[in-house]
Write a protein that binds this ligand. Structure first.
Ligand SMILES: Nc1ncnc2c1ncn2[C@@H]1O[C@H](COP(=O)(O)OP(=O)(O)OP(=O)(O)O)[C@@H](O)[C@H]1O
Ligand SMILES: O=C(O)[C@H](O)COP(=O)(O)O
Length: 402
């Protein structure tokens, strides 16, 4: 490991901890999700270790409906940690400092949404962020800074890069496990076949992954909107926006040439769907072989069952499988066959596996699969795709400094 961890932390420290509790908010209610569960491990370990634990996190972006206070988050963290979590509606003003200073050993306090502090955003160099009033005011009240927010570490924001230059900095448990698993495709050698399942809505994610990992990955199994764009580049009559849709046209214009040349250069490694699923006139799932599609008359919402039958043995023969993006609109049960099929195959083998993408990993609990059957289920979205493609994460880089 290239950074210090909680194992290196001295005893009885005043610790400032950055978590990523950014969560869906429905009708003003913050939704519990696996980020709380994962970070609870770090928070519990610190509190039980007798440290004074002050937590920072963000929620939403200024102007958005989900840009809300962290008051509800405190209750959810408390439930997961199994200990009381105090909350103060202030980021670094007098109220926050008073609350920090009155904390006893083993107690936990959550500060207000870091993005309510003007200096948190925008993205700037770590040195600039370290120099902000926010960082300069808070840092002297602490002995150590712990960053556990791997999933936000691609942002060069004050709470993610500034404190690491002012305080001894450590990686939390989530930071450690996410970093190790998500970087493994770029850093580890596998004996057998390495397979990558790529889908979702963003063609550029798939293109970046192929460009960066083409020499590490034996087979790319495609699906989702991105997969349809590759099918279209291969000469099939799919991947068109019908009235009211805006998935394909812009992405096609922007990426057509790149996709065509990837198919030219890496065609042997790229497996495309041989059949697709759609909603039929009775609102049921219908399937059609790609070779039989002659008209652009309907949206396709999943890969078909023959495709799953072809992908399944490839996964079962693999030494390592990485997943980025869903193979279909899995939130609708009728179109979950592709995504659930590949996840099921992964869960039934003992290959090394990493499943990522904020949306895709939700399919695991939604369809009753057990997270323990996967090597690692990432809680990161943007940070995951960057890690896969070997791009540095600002919040990780500063932890690597002495
Ligand atoms: N054919 C399709 N039609 C419509 N939606 C699709 C289709 N295939 C996949 N999706 C949608 O793609 C979404 C996942 O795509 P996304 O690119 O966001 O991937 P992710 O990696 O899970 O998430 P993120 O990048 O947000 O962390 C799913 O919610 C799924 O409903
Ligand atoms: O939820 C996330 O992916 C991270 O918290 C980053 O959030 P952001 O995209 O609003 O910076």
């Amino acid at each position: 490991m290239t950074f210090k961890t909680l194992d290196d932390l001295e005893s009885e420290q005043r610790v400032l901890v950055r978590l990523d509790l950014n969560s869906p908010v429905e009708d003003g209610a913050v939704q519990d999700n696996r980020r709380f569960d994962r970070h609870a491990e770090t928070v519990r370990e610190l509190a039980e270790g007798g440290h004074r634990v002050v937590l920072m996190a963000h929620q939403g972006r200024p102007g958005g409906d989900d840009f809300v206070s962290l008051e509800q988050h405190a209750g959810i963290v408390a439930d997961h940690v199994g200990k009381d979590v105090k909350f103060v509606a202030d980021t670094y003003g007098d109220e926050a400092i008073d609350a920090i200073e009155s904390l006893d050993a083993g107690e936990i306090l959550l500060l207000e949404n870091t993005r309510m502090c003007d200096e948190e955003l925008p993205e700037e160099d770590p040195e600039v962020k370290a120099d902000t009033e926010f960082v300069q005011t808070l840092a002297p009240h602490f002995d150590a800074y712990v960053n556990d927010a791997y999933s936000a570490a691609h942002r060069s924001h004050a709470s993610l890069v500034g404190f690491a230059l002012e305080l001894p900095a450590y990686a939390g448990r989530v930071m450690e496990t996410e970093y190790e698993a998500n970087s493994s495709i770029a850093t580890r050698e596998f004996d057998g076949q390495v397979t990558m399942v790529v889908g979702g809505t963003k063609a550029t994610d798939v293109i970046d992954v192929m460009n960066n990992l083409g020499d590490k990955v034996d087979q790319f199994l495609l699906g989702g909107i991105a997969g349809e764009l590759f099918l279209r580049a291969a000469g099939n009559d799919v991947g068109f926006d019908l009235e009211g849709m805006d998935f394909f046209d812009d992405q096609w214009e922007a990426n057509r040439e790149t996709i065509e040349s990837l198919l030219d250069e890496r065609g042997d490694q790229i497996k495309l769907a041989v059949d697709l699923a759609y909603e039929d006139e009775n609102d049921e799932r219908g399937e059609i072989a790609v070779a039989n599609i002659t008209e652009k008359d309907r949206p396709y919402l999943d890969v078909g069952s023959t495709t799953v039958d072809e992908y399944d043995p490839i996964i079962r023969d693999s030494e390592a499988v990485f997943v980025k993006g869903a193979l279909g609109l899995f939130e609708d049960e009728r179109f979950a066959v592709g995504t659930v099929g590949v996840l099921q195959a992964i869960s039934e083998t003992d290959c090394f596996s990493v499943v990522g993408g904020g949306d895709t990993s939700r399919a695991i609990e939604m369809y009753g699969m057990d997270e323990a059957d996967f090597g690692h289920v990432s809680i990161a979205g943007g940070a995951y795709i960057r890690a896969l493609t070997g791009a540095p994460l600002a919040g990780v880089e500063v932890l690597k400094q002495d």
